[in-house]
Design a protein around this ligand. Structure first.
Ligand code: NCD
Length: 316
């Protein structure tokens, strides 16, 4: 595939905010072709041969790190997983020292997850590598939003006018923020459904509708996206108890009945079963696309690596 404009301006993927519909659509089209190749088992390619990809994770991750690793390997890259517990960051090395180490090692692609919003953008200014934000604080998680859009598109081909209800802990969710930007850019109608304590202060500027009642927020929705209650980022008092939360905001069959009969259910994982989502919904083979989100994660990340590899300055 060839493109007449930069799909990822700047040569990094730091946020969805700032990307336009044609950029996003081009990435999704490319990812769709990788999804097809993956299903046919025909994914061995040489695109990233001789390239070094470092997964630099300052926060835990299962899905995201593994899926970048698989995506990179399928494209032929050399992959190094640097987790903080084994790196010298624990010995007091600053983010900028880490950047110069990575430069000296001729890293081509750097995938970064960090608890601080903006850390990947700071690194992008200091390293020669192309940087991918794999989740920074409560800011953004761009590849998650893109893989979500890809998954939605496979079930509802036109994103324009789709009603997408994002429910639960919005305040702490970088997934929600990236999805809001992505879905707005693609012309979907975004609803946020949460108790007032779990909505960010700037919510009115996000171009969304806000609901505090699941039955109203889910009414007529095409997509129901549940989010994890991020207890580790809470200072206390934001939710009464897991049981209480489930009663009002947990997705069960009764609440899902307010959405369209063919509405799909999503969750970025990891799930708190019985807190934000009931197992009978999470595991429902007809309504839940949670497994497909994980599958699309690999294809989408291959597409992002593919696009970034075209712009790398270092010759191999
Ligand atoms: C999310 C994350 O880490 O931002 N998970 C993920 O990447 N699949 C959401 C979460 O932690 O709840």
């Amino acid at each position: 595939m060839s493109f007449s404009y930069p799909i990822l301006p700047g040569g990094h993927l730091l946020a969805i905010e700032g990307l336009e519909a044609p950029h996003i659509a081009a990435l999704l089209d490319l990812a769709e072709s990788y999804a097809l190749l993956n299903r046919q088992g025909k994914t061995q390619r040489d695109l990233l041969k001789g390239r070094t990809l470092i997964n630099l994770f300052f926060e835990d991750s299962t899905r995201t790190r593994t899926s970048f690793e698989i995506a990179g390997k399928r494209l032929g890259a050399d992959i190094v997983n640097m987790s903080v517990s084994t790196s010298s960051v624990n010995k007091g090395e600053t983010l900028l020292d880490t950047a110069s180490t990575l430069n000296a090692m001729n890293t081509d692609i750097l995938v970064v997850r960090h608890a601080q919003s903006g850390a990947p953008a700071l690194l992008a200014q200091k390293v020669q590598a192309a940087v991918i934000n794999a989740g920074d604080g409560t800011h953004e998680h761009p590849t998650q939003a893109l893989l979500d859009a890809l998954t939605i598109r496979r079930h509802k081909p036109d994103l324009r006018g789709l009603i997408v209800a994002i429910c639960g802990d919005i305040t702490h969710s970088r997934v929600a923020r990236s999805n809001i930007h992505c879905l707005n850019a693609m012309g979907a109608e975004v609803r946020l459904v949460a108790p007032p304590t779990l909505l960010p202060a700037d919510v009115t500027r996000l171009g969304v509708q806000v609901f505090h009642d699941m039955t109203k927020g889910l009414a007529g929705a095409d997509v129901v996206m549940m989010l994890r209650l991020q207890k580790e980022r809470m200072s206390g008092g934001q939710v009464p108890s897991a049981r209480e939360f489930f009663r009002f905001f947990g997705l069960d069959r009764e609440k899902l009945a307010y959405a369209k009969p063919d509405a799909i259910v999503m969750h970025p994982g990891p799930m708190n079963r019985g807190v934000e989502i009931d197992s009978s919904i999470a595991d429902d083979p007809v309504r839940s696309v949670i497994g497909e989100q994980v599958e699309m994660g690999v294809a989408l990340r291959m597409a992002v690596l593919d696009v970034l590899a075209r712009g790398l300055r270092r010759n191999v």
